[in-house]
Write a protein that binds this ligand. Structure first.
Ligand code: FBP
Length: 556
C-alpha cells in the first residue's frame, strides 16, 4: 500500500544500455585514444595537475577485457542538488561491480561529500538498490553541498579509504563537485594513495556540458516536468483568458532550462539571462520588453499570457549584479553589525551609507519583499541564493507599475492581472524519464569499467545521446581536459568550465527566429506528462536542445 503502482512498475523497468555494454563485463575492452589537453589555460592546468594532466581519452568496445582481476571496494557519493536518475547511476555501478565479482563491495557515503570525511556510510546491498531502481530523488544515501577542497579534507578521505580498503571513489555531481574529483584524484596520485576517483555528470541546470559531455543527467526529466506544468498553465490561461502568468524556472546561472522549456511550450515571452547580459539590458528595459508583448496581445483582445524567467536572471542584469556584489561585500565585511540592527529603517539607513549611490537607487525601487530577499543568508561560497529571490514577482510588479503609467498616458487600455509561479524543486526528484533512467544506468556501469581498467581522474562519458540507445557509445575523458582557470573567491582557481547558453547555438537561434510570433499570437504547445510506457517515439524522445544542437552541428 505504501508503494504507488507506478513506483512498483518502475522497479522492474530494465534500463536500456548501448550495445557494447550489453556484452558482459569480461567482454568489454578499453581502447585508448589521443592524449588530451585542457580547453584553455593549458600551461597552468598542466602545472597544477602533473599526475593527471595529458591522459588519454578512453572508449569501450567489444573484446576480451584485459582488466586486472581483483577485489573492489568502491565508495560513492551524491553531491549538490537532486537530479532525476542519481539512483540509477548507483544501480548501474552496483550491477557492474557485482557482475565483475560477487565479493566486491559498494559503500554509499551519506549526505554528500561530508559523508566521506566523516566516514558516515552504509553498505549498499541488492535489497537497498532494488528499492530505489528507476526512482527519483537522492534519498538512498542523501546529498550535500560541502566542498572537498582542503588538504585536511583530502587527508581524512584518504584515511577513510584506507580503513575500508577502498579501491575507488565515484563522485556524482555538477561542475564544482567534478572539479573537486579531479583535485582529489591528483592529490591521491601525488601522495601514492591507491584509490581511483571517477566523476559522473549531474545537474538539472544542464550547464555541465562540453565537447565530451552532451548533457548532464536530470536535465531531460526536470525540463519535461516543468514543461508539463507550463503547458497546463497555458491551457488554463487560454481557457480563462484573464491572467498573465510569470513563471520562474530553476537554473542557478545558465538559462538552459528556461530555453528548453520554452522550445517545448512556446510562451509569449522567454527571457534568457545570457542575452540580457550580452545586451546589457536594464531592469526597466526588461520590464518594457515584457510590457510590449502584453500591449500587443491586449490590442488583439488577449489579456492573458505566459512569461518564462530563468532563476539566475537577477544576477545577469548589470545594475542588479552591481547591487548584489556590493551587498555581498558589505555583508561579508559587516554582516554581524548589520544583523544587530533591529528595525528596517536602521537597516536601510546602514545600507545607504555602505552602497554606492547608483546601487542604492536600484535598491530603493525594489519592492520590500525583494529587498529583504536580497539580504538573506548567503550560501557557503558567499553568494546570494537566487532560488530564494522572487524575480517572477519582482517583474510582475514592475510590469504592473509600467502598464499603469502607460494607461494614464492613454497608451494601453487592456486589463492586467498577474499570477506568479516558481518551478524548481518539483522537477529535481521526479521519476527519471526513460532517457535519464537509461543514461544514468549506463553512466554508473561505465564508471565501474573505468575503475576496473585502472583509470583515475576521469569522467564517465556516454555519447551520441540524441540517437537511439543502441547507437550510444561509452568511455571516459580526463577531467583535466574540461578545466580552465577562473577567478573564484578573489583568486584564480582551476575549475571545469561552466556551459552557459550559446547565443550562436541552434537552440537559442530557434527561439530567436520564432519568439516575435509567439509574443503576440497564442502559439502555446502542450507537452503533457512524461510517458514511461508506450511507443518509443513518445517515451524515449529526449530534449529539443539536443536535437537542435545536433542539427546545428551536422546540418541534419
Ligand atoms: P546543482 O548545480 O548542485 O545540480 O544544483 C542546481 C540547483 O537545482 C539550482 O537549479 C538551484 O539554484 C539550486 O540547485 C538550489 O539549491 P538548494 O537545493 O541548495 O536549494
Amino acid at each position: 500500500m505504501n508503494i504507488s503502482t507506478l513506483q512498483r512498475s518502475r522497479y522492474s523497468y530494465k534500463p536500456k544500455m548501448p550495445g557494447m555494454l550489453r556484452k558482459g563485463i569480461s567482454n568489454i575492452r578499453a581502447e585508448e585514444g589521443e592524449k588530451v589537453t585542457s580547453v584553455s589555460s593549458d600551461a597552468e592546468i598542466r602545472k597544477l595537475f602533473p599526475h593527471t594532466y595529458g591522459m588519454r581519452e578512453v572508449t569501450f568496445s567489444e573484446g576480451k577485457s584485459n582488466a586486472e582481476k581483483k577485489k573492489h571496494v568502491v565508495g560513492v557519493i551524491l553531491s549538490g542538488g537532486q537530479a532525476p536518475g542519481g539512483h540509477n547511476v548507483i544501480a548501474g555501478l552496483y550491477d557492474a561491480l557485482h557482475e565483475a565479482g560477487q565479493d566486491n563491495v559498494l559503500l554509499g557515503f551519506k549526505g554528500g561529500p561530508s559523508g566521506l570525511t566523516d566516514d558516515s556510510y552504509i553498505t549498499l546491498t541488492g535489497e537497498i538498490i532494488d528499492a530505489y531502481r528507476n526512482t527519483g530523488g537522492f534519498d538512498m544515501i542523501g546529498s550535500g553541498r560541502t566542498k572537498l577542497e582542503t588538504e585536511e579534507q583530502f587527508r581524512k578521505v584518504a584515511e577513510v579509504a584506507e580503513k575500508h580498503e577502498m579501491t575507488a571513489i565515484v563522485i556524482i555531481g555538477g561542475d564544482d563537485s567534478n572539479t573537486n574529483a579531479a583535485v582529489l584524484a591528483e592529490y591521491f596520485k601525488e601522495h601514492k594513495v591507491p584509490v581511483q576517483v571517477i566523476g559522473c555528470p549531474k545537474t538539472i541546470d544542464g550547464d555541465l556540458k562540453n565537447d565530451d559531455i552532451e548533457a548532464s543527467f536530470g536535465f531531460d526529466t526536470a525540463t519535461k516536468t516543468y514543461s508539463e506544468l507550463i503547458g497546463n498553465i497555458m491551457r488554463d490561461a487560454n481557457s480563462a483568458k484573464k491572467y498573465w502568468h510569470f513563471i520562474k524556472l530553476m537554473g542557478r546561472s545558465a538559462s538552459h532550462i528556461a530555453l528548453e522549456c520554452s522550445l517545448q511550450t512556446h510562451p509569449n515571452v522567454c527571457l534568457i539571462s545570457e542575452e540580457v547580459e550580452k545586451n546589457r539590458m536594464s531592469l526597466s528595459q526588461i520590464t518594457d520588453y515584457i510590457a510590449d508583448s502584453i500591449i500587443r496581445r491586449a490590442a488583439l483582445g488577449m489579456n492573458f499570457g505566459v512569461v518564462v524567467i530563468p532563476e539566475g536572471l537577477i544576477e545577469f542584469i548589470p545594475e542588479m549584479r552591481k547591487l548584489i556584489e556590493e551587498l555581498n561585500d558589505t555583508l561579508a565585511e559587516k554582516g554581524q553589525q548589520f544583523a544587530e540592527l533591529s528595525s528596517w529603517d536602521e537597516k536601510t539607513g546602514f545600507l545607504s551609507a555602505e552602497l554606492s549611490p547608483e546601487s542604492m537607487d536600484v535598491f530603493d525601487i525594489l519592492p520590500i519583499d525583494i529587498q529583504q530577499q536580497l539580504l538573506m543568508d548567503r550560501d557557503p561560497h558567499g553568494n546570494v541564493q537566487v532560488s530564494m529571490i522572487e524575480t517572477e514577482k519582482l517583474l510582475a510588479t514592475l510590469v504592473g507599475r509600467r502598464l499603469k503609467e502607460l494607461k494614464a498616458e492613454g497608451k494601453y487600455s487592456g486589463k492586467f492581472k498577474s499570477m506568479s509561479h516558481f518551478f524548481g524543486y518539483e522537477g529535481r526528484a521526479a521519476f527519471p524519464s526513460n532517457f535519464d533512467a537509461d543514461y544514468c544506468y549506463s553512466l554508473g556501469y561505465t564508471a565501474f569499467l573505468l575503475i576496473q581498467n585502472g583509470y583515475t581522474g576521469y569522467m564517465s562519458i556516454i555519447r551520441s545521446l540524441d540517437e537511439g540507445v543502441d547507437k550510444w557509445t561509452a568511455g571516459g575523458m580526463p577531467i583535466t581536459k574540461m578545466m580552465n582557470m577562473e577567478r573564484r573567491g578573489g583568486a584564480m582557481k582551476p575549475v571545469i568550465r561552466k556551459a552557459l547558453v550559446d547565443l550562436d547555438g541552434g537552440p537559442f537561434r530557434y527561439l530567436e527566429k520564432h519568439r516575435d510570433k509567439w509574443s503576440s499570437a497564442t502559439c502555446f504547445r502542450y507537452p503533457g506528462a512524461i510517458q514511461y510506457y508506450g511507443p518509443e517515439e513518445l517515451c524515449d524522445a529526449t530534449t529539443i536542445t539536443l536535437a537542435l544542437e545536433r542539427e546545428a552541428r551536422t546540418g541534419k
